[in-house]
Design a protein around this ligand. Structure first.
Ligand code: DAH
Length: 344
């Protein structure tokens, strides 16, 4: 029976080395290694080998199998090489080339990079703080009393962890405003922070994704006033959306700013006159305001000496407003649909 194995090997190898086409090679593979191939059938006879000789037989069988597989693989490579050579001979150098597909950064990453560049030009430093954060940093230090109903607006994800006596439950950051307190604890004013991070809320439908991004600006120094906020917003709006765009602030309410505003950008289609896209002439960008004295205190800064402004917007929203993108389902942004992603 061992002779049979050796004779299989001796007859197969020359045939393999003689194969002129891939198809021929495939056939040989089937003939020897296929389910009813010669070697496969020979191997089945192992049950007839006396038990004390089985190990030896098995080893030899493996050797033969590996030798055939290797010969087939090598011959396949050789054949491919010669096909390439033939193609090369026939190549028409005047034909246009075939471009390999090229990837690019995700559209949200592109927006984040652009926003970072814009703010770095006026001295904002990009920072990163924990995404898994204590309730205290996201709410309490931002002037939300315990159990305040406004907390519900943030649809928070809670982590199963022991509740900390001072910092409370552990959560996923529902907004980047927690970075304000972290920044104030990290260094003394003057502060010019840009915290861009992932944020999480318990929501998923055509206009919400459970993970999205925010960029939070914070400026603290002596004599910072609303005019500084307005100037910074104008600068951002013109740099990101275009020279002819304007910003506008409207009174609003947030726990952590006083006064608080909502920020709008003039519509790029009608230039603020009012049209089908915007209706009022303005598109909503996000929230802003003057940092509440209680927030400065929580960050260890004396509100008698320093004042500051803050704002928080979404890069996804900014990017969509800039591109004039109207998505039927926002979740498309984070899908793997190449037909969509390749457009940017
Ligand atoms: N954190 C707010 C939100 O998630 C946005 C915001 C509003 C940030 C006002 C600010 C601000 O810094 O001043 O909706």
């Amino acid at each position: 029976m061992e002779e049979e194995l050796i004779s299989i090997k001796n007859s197969a190898i020359p045939l393999i080395l003689d194969a002129k086409e891939e198809k021929e090679l495939e056939e040989l593979k089937l003939q020897f290694l296929g389910r009813n191939g010669k070697l496969t059938l020979a191997l089945k006879k192992i049950t007839k080998v006396p038990p004390e000789k089985r190990k030896e037989f098995g080893m030899l069988a493996n050797e033969v199998k590996e030798a055939l597989e290797e010969a087939i693989l090598n011959q396949a490579k050789t054949l491919k090489g010669s096909v390439k050579e033939k193609i090369r001979e026939k190549i028409d150098v005047t034909n246009p080339g075939i471009k390999p597909p090229l990837g690019h950064l995700h559209l949200v990453t592109q927006a984040i990079d652009e926003i970072t560049d814009i703010f770095e030009k006026i001295g904002f430093e990009r920072v990163r703080y924990p995404e898994v954060e204590w309730d205290w940093y996201s709410f309490e230090a931002l002037n939300f009393p315990k159990n305040h109903p406004a907390r519900d607006d943030w649809e928070t994800f809670f982590i199963k962890e022991e509740v900390h006596p001072k910092y409370g439950p552990m959560i996923l950051t529902p907004h980047t405003s927690s970075g304000q307190i972290r920044e104030m604890q990290r260094r003394k004013p003057p502060i010019r922070m840009l915290n861009i991070a992932k944020t999480y809320r318990r929501q998923s439908d055509i206009s919400h994704v459970p993970m999205f991004h925010q960029f939070e600006g914070l400026v603290i120094d002596k004599d910072i006033a609303i005019t500084h906020l307005k100037g910074t917003l104008d600068y951002f709006v013109k740099s990101f959306f275009g020279e002819n765009r304007k910003s506008r602030i409207r009174p609003y309410h947030f726990q952590f700013t006083e006064p608080s505003f909502e920020v709008d950008v003039s519509c790029g289609v009608c230039n603020g006159k009012g049209c089908k896209v915007c209706k009022s002439g303005w598109l909503e960008l996000g929230g802003a305001g003057m940092v509440h004295p209680n927030v400065l205190k929580a960050g260890g800064i004396d509100p008698q000496e320093y004042t500051g402004f803050a704002f928080g917007f979404g890069p996804e929203r900014c990017m969509m407003m800039k591109e004039g993108l109207e998505l039927d389902d926002l979740r498309l942004i984070y899908s793997n649909k190449l037909e969509f992603l390749e457009q940017f």
